[in-house]
Structures are given as C-alpha cells and as structure tokens.
Write a protein that binds this ligand. Sequence first.
Ligand SMILES: Cc1cc2nc3c(=O)[nH]c(=O)nc-3n(C[C@H](O)[C@H](O)[C@H](O)COP(=O)(O)OP(=O)(O)OC[C@H]3O[C@@H](n4cnc5c(N)ncnc54)[C@H](O)[C@@H]3O)c2cc1C
Length: 683
Amino acid sequence: MSGFYDFYDVVVVGAGHAGIEASLAAARMGLKTLVVTQSPDAIGRMSCNPSIGGIAKGNIVREIDALGGEMGKLIDRSMIQFRMLNKSRGPAVQAPRSQADKITYSQIARKTLETTPNLFTLMDTAIDILTAESSTEMPPDSDSSAEIGTIPGENRGTSGKTGGKRLKITGIATERGRIIPCRAVVLTTGTFLGGRIFIGEYDAPCGRIGEPAAYGLTESLHKLGFTTGRLKTGTPPRILKSTIDFSKLEINNGDDEIIPFSFDDEKVERPLVPCHIVYTNSETHRIIRENIGRSPLYSGKISGVGPRYCPSIEDKVMRFAERERHQIFVEPEGLETDEMYMNGFSSSLPECVQDAFMRTMPGFEHAVQSRPGYAVEYDYVEPTQLYPSLETKRVAGLFDAGQINGTSGYEEAAGQGIIAGINAGLYSRAHKNFCGPVCEIPHDLNGIPVSMEPGAFCTKATMNAAEQKQFREISKNIENRLNEFEKQCQTKAGFGHFFDIPEWKPLVLGRDEAYIGVLIDDLVTLGTKEPYRMFTARAEYRLKLRHDTADQRLAKYAFEAGLKTKAQLEKTEAKYAQINEIVSILLKKPQTENPGYPEKIWNEAQIEFKYKYYIEKQDKRIEKMHKMENVKIPADFDYSAIPSLSAESRNKLEKVRPLTLGQAERISGIRNSDIMLLMVYLR
Ligand SMILES: Cc1cc2nc3c(=O)[nH]c(=O)nc-3n(C[C@H](O)[C@H](O)[C@H](O)COP(=O)(O)OP(=O)(O)OC[C@H]3O[C@@H](n4cnc5c(N)ncnc54)[C@H](O)[C@@H]3O)c2cc1C
C-alpha cells in the first residue's frame, strides 16, 4: 500500500457500457472524473452478442443519445448491419437494431474516454469504498425490501442491525494501493464482482472468459450494510467463419435504409454484411439431453438465477421438449475478425459436448470453435437499496448502475449509466458548494505524494473471519486518516460541513418520459431476483415512448445538466414546432400532400397525426398518474397510524418506503383499497 493520490469530483468504477456513459456524463458536466477499470483494453467490450438495440432496447439507445450520451454515436460508427424491427407493426413497437463490429465499437469507446476533457482513466481494481459517518439519520428504508431468504445467493450486510447514521462517500481504495479521495462514486462492475465462469465440469474465477474476477468490493459493500445476491448469465460459442459451409445456411440481410441511432447523425455510411440462419434438429437435441447432467446448471454447481427470457440451448431443449427445432442466427463479430457469434445457442455444457451438438447442424459439420460457450455467476446489489436517482440509500454520493443492479444487457446498463453519471455530477456540484474544497494532496520534499501506509488488503474470493477482520481494520484505518485530512482542509477553507450531506435535486425520469424511467422505477420499487431485461410490455405509455420522439422527451434534461448546448436544444424545439404545424394542417385536411416540408419531418408528423387520438387518451391517464406521483410520502411516514391498512400492504410499504403515492401503487401486491386509504391520510 503506498499512495494517496489526486482528488476527483467523481470516480467511476468499471468502463463497460454503464461506466462509459456515467464517466462521460460527469466529465462533460465539467467535473474532474476518473474511471478506474481493470483493463483499458476492455473499455466498451461487448461480452456477448455483437449488436446494439432491439425491441425497447433500441428506444433506450435513442433516449441515451437524447440525454447527451454516447451509445448511439458509437453504434452509428461501428455498425455492420441495420434493421428496423417490427416494421409490419405499429410505430409504437418498432425499434432499431444493429449488428456491431465489436472491435471497432470498443476502440472508439476507448478513444472517446481517453480524449474527453476532465476525464482520466486508470488501470486498477477498486477494492474498498471509503466513507465518513454523517450527521443525518440512516433512512428507515435503507435495507433491502426483499423478504429475508428470497434473494438468490443472499448475503445481508446488515446482519439484522439497522439504524445509526447515514454514511457519505470520501473515496475509494484500489488493489495496487491507491487511495483516491472523491466526492461521488459510481459502481458499474458488470459481471465481475465475485465472477465465476462455468463450462461443464470446469470453473474459474473470471468476470468474462480470460478476464479476472474482481474481489474486495463485495466485502466492502457488506461492511457498509448492503445486501447482495448472485445472478448468472451465459454466452454461446464463437465459431471460425472459414469452417462453416454458408451455402447450407439461410441468408439474413439488413435494411437498405439506415436510420441513425444518434439524433446528431444525419446519415450513416458503413460497409454492411449479411447474417445467416441455421436450425437445430432432433440429433442436436438428443446429444444435449443425453449430456444434460454435465451442465453446471443441472448438476447444481451454479446457484445464481439466470435470465428467463434468454435461455441457454440446453434450457430450451429441456423446457420446450415438444419443439422440433430452434432457430440460431449466425452473426459476424466484426469486419477484421473471422469469429462468428451463434445467437440463441448459449451453452455451458462441456466443450466437447458443445462441439458435438453444434456439428449436427447443416453447414456446421466441420465447424471449429474459437471460444467456448460458458455461463458466468456474479454478485449484484439488490436494487431496492437505491433511490430512483440510483444513489444508494445507505451511502450519500454512492451510485450503482448497470449489471450490478441486477439488469442484463448493454442498453439497460448504459441507460442507468447516464442517469447515475448525471446524478453523481449533480451531487458532486452540490457537495463542492456546501462542503468546500477537498484536501490538497500532501507531498514530501521530492514532490512525491505522502504515503498513507495503511498495510495490505486481502482480496480473495472468500475471506475467513480473521481476514475479514483484517480487511475491516485496514479499511477503518485508511478512512480515519483520510477523513481527518478532509475535515482539516475544509475547516481551514472556512466550511464546517464535513459531517453533513448537501441538499441536491436529482434527475429522475418518469415512467411516461422514458424507458429508462420505467427500468429504474421497476428496479428500485420492485427489486429483482433474476436478470432484468427491458420489454415494451413493461411500459404503460408505449405510444409516448417511441424511439423517434426520444429527443422531444429528453433533450431539455440534457440541456439543464449541461450535456447539450442551447443551439442543440433549439434545433430539437424547432423540429417539433414543425411537426405540430403539420399535424394541425392534417387535422383540418387529412389527405394534404406534403407542401415542401423535409421528408423526414413530414413522415414523423404523419405518425403523430395517426396516433393523436390514442396519445390524447394516454395523456389523460398520465395526468391522473402525475397527480398520484406528486403526492409525496414523508420518508418517516408512520404506516401503523392507519389502523385499517392491511397487514400485508403495511409490511411492504414499511420495507420499500415509497417516495410518492405513485411509487406505492406500483409495489407488487399492494391493494388498491390500501392506496385509497393512504391517499386520504396524506391529504
Ligand atoms: C458471459 C456473458 C453473457 C452475457 N449474455 C448476455 C445476453 O445474452 N444478453 C444480454 O443482454 N446481456 C448479456 N450479458 C450481459 C452484458 O454483457 C451486460 O449486461 C453488460 O455488459 C453490462 O454492462 P456493465 O457496464 O454493467 O458491465 P460490463 O460491461 O460487464 O463492464 C464492467 C467493467 O467493469 C470492470 N470492473 C468490474 N469490477 C471492477 C472493479 N472492482 N474495479 C475496476 N474495474 C472493475 C470490468 O473489468 C469491466 O470492464 C452477458 C455477459 C456475459 C459476461
């Protein structure tokens, strides 16, 4: 352990899809931001499918773009096929999806991070979260609201102890011994916390195959009182293109017309390539069935719960025994690689079994794997421990985003990333004004940062009681020294708020404003016990959340946060002024020919016109919802003061402690009659 390094306004842990958006948002808001990630070579790496977008996910990408994020631009510059999905159905359920050149995607993401002003990258592993005890009481809803014993792989950090003071972030410590003071931290650790991969009888401590798992942080989260669980996901084998006989496969071309994901991109010009389709058969299924006992899922080696909507091929064969075949998409991983991704063919059976069942498919008789399919199990933080801002309830200034919150998917991760990044930025700004400067780094006479000499951390997969005790002692020692420094520095500068938490207003998107709003509200209100994936069916106001209207819905928030310029906002406003103008014309005379409006605007106005009646009906429902949403529930509301409240509802309300009546209504199992009672009491 050696160093006490530069101070940052925001530290983001992990540079996957959530970390990219979080760090860019904070840095673009003018905050000095550091991304600590295990490997800069893996920035923006696609762990699984080489594609971005899809039903509901494509809408999220456009929302991220409208909020000033990067994912839309990254895919516009790296796509190798484009499709508008559900073209034969209504615009409300259409969504863009692109195959990505995953190498190019990751390279552009890395370059963007490395060249963004205020943003710094560091190759290291965060192992501890450093905090100070604040003067504020711990909120009554700070614990996981899930029933004890219901979270897969549950580990309750509080061990039944509650209460005390709320904590606030003061920094992080890394595996190589850096102690980095900061005002806010965003954790975006993906599948790496306590990650373990499985291929048949083989298992190893990895976050992804070939990449080490991250240890220490889960223990640190338990130390702070967080409840964590275990989830799992899986990926298919990658096959060398030269070993597939494509003449036996169906070809699957993309659209001729490419609609850019980013509202800033007028058009996308990229080399496009086809995908292919192949089907499993009775022989494939026979081999899988006969070897099912060797699957780590079936042999009981994996305890984590997997994504219900993204089953492995062995799951599909066992669960849908009546199906004669399953469709597999064969997708290129990029233009400069020969690896092909087998979409729908995820497996954790032994490699020899994967080889055998793969070679039963036409065109794959001589196919050779370059990487095996595998399953990965990892720690996640039960998300009811977060506010809708993605700030944790226990620790002020600590935010979680992405797979760590129990979601699955690049888009879901990135959507949370940008909200966590913006809110960490807003918190950090408020902290700066309220608490004053954070300490100058003390240097010795040679200009070298003064050592904190805190001793060595133990970061193993599992720590015994003595190692845990040692971890906590070292951590406390560092915290005490860091906090003493900070307090002195702030007091010297004339601020006396070291123990206080600043007041600030986070960005929280409504369920009627964005799929990202639906996603976060679902997570923090209902929690999740399996990997959460976004679907259109999760959104009540789908007509409002069309992918083409994301800029109308969200550009104002990007402008307010400093992520879009006034000129960009005015451009969006001018576009929608024109659309409204056209709709008024069409209302008077529906058959009007385009009198000269740009084709794109004219077409968008046609959709708006077609759905006007339904949108107005939906608006009325939204208005009703807003009334509920605006009724705030005090954090310490005494539910026992309503004697006629059903015991079940009271129990759930006390655990979740919803911030509004709207949020209370969405808690699963709360009776309508209890909501009416609550409404009467709150008025
Ligand atoms: C095998 C596998 C299969 C998957 N299959 C699917 C699928 O079929 N469909 C789907 O939608 N999604 C799938 N996913 C999930 C998808 O990859 C993730 O949802 C997405 O990448 C999550 O983004 P993220 O930013 O949260 O984390 P990640 O993209 O995982 O990035 C996390 C980053 O943080 C770094 N990191 C972690 N801990 C630390 C630490 N303590 N200190 C420093 N750096 C750290 C890691 O090195 C990594 O670079 C799969 C993932 C894996 C691994």
